[in-house]
Write a protein that binds this ligand. Structure first.
Ligand SMILES: [Fe+2]
Length: 252
């Protein structure tokens, strides 16, 4: 005879068979699913970790251009030349100059050299985050601009909507080791995190600031809110920023 839940005994009696008593014990030791408590278990319940995954991480990838001094000198001169003939655009720049149009449309050697370095960085960063697509098989659009921040200049918090990667190449950085001049800060895009601060876990910190050196190229997803600290040094700070957007190549 098949037992149903109605025949499960609720207490031990003299008339119970061994099978009944075994079932009674099993039932009593099983978690009470209606109330969610272990009525008959005492003490601590052990667990075994079966998996540890990091979900929804945000990559920050850093590169450097070897022997960048010659390139940076040429970019500084090109920047001065462009600045003299271009009033600039008003974007996130506060007190600084932001070149107009796509910087990579200029065919000067130094701009095209930087364009190729930016492209290599984008390909390298993309290969860090996926092995399922070869970025070389996609179309890639780069749109760049130059930032020149004099003393006091900074960039307000912003994102670069619509692109995949955003990047910054550092042409000239203030020669400081303390303070915040030349620092870029990223803000955690996740919401509902303030109560995690209690744990001081790096994975849940709300901000991350870095001071890349001249010759460094950094890449991050364009949705990441970032801003640049005011330049407190005496010399101007020059960087070239860009957006990188992949497109599916049309079949021919
Ligand atoms: Fe930016």
């Amino acid at each position: 005879m098949t037992r149903t839940s109605l025949t499960i005994p609720t207490k031990v009696t003299n008339r119970m068979t061994k099978a009944d008593i075994r079932q009674f014990a099993e039932t009593k030791l099983r978690p009470d699913r209606s109330g969610g408590s272990f009525k008959a278990l005492k003490g601590r319940t052990m667990v075994e970790q079966t998996k540890y995954e990091k979900l929804f991480s945000t990559p920050l990838v850093r590169f450097r251009v070897p022997d960048h001094e010659v390139l940076n000198d040429a970019l500084m001169n090109e920047g001065r030349r462009l600045h003299a003939e271009d009033e600039g655009a008003s974007k996130s720049n506060r007190g600084g100059w932001h070149s107009s149009g796509n910087l990579f449309d200029h065919q000067t050697d130094c701009i095209q050299a930087l364009r190729s370095a930016a492209e290599d960085s984008v390909i390298g960063a993309t290969r860090k985050v996926t092995t399922k697509v070869d970025p070389k098989n996609l179309g890639l659009k780069l749109f760049g601009w130059m930032n020149s921040n004099p003393p006091g200049g900074f960039n307000a918090p912003h994102t670069h909507p619509g692109a995949h990667w955003s990047g910054v190449y550092y042409v000239s950085q203030p020669d400081v080791e303390t303070g915040t001049s030349g620092m870029i800060e990223f803000l955690d895009p996740r919401t509902d995190l303030p109560h995690w601060r209690l744990l001081k876990a790096p994975a849940f910190s709300m901000k991350k600031k870095i001071r890349p050196a001249a010759g460094e190229m950094i890449l991050f997803p364009s949705y990441l809110v970032h801003w640049v600290y005011p330049n407190e040094a005496d010399e101007e700070r020059v960087s070239i920023a860009f957006n990188a957007t992949f497109k599916k190549r049309k079949k021919t």
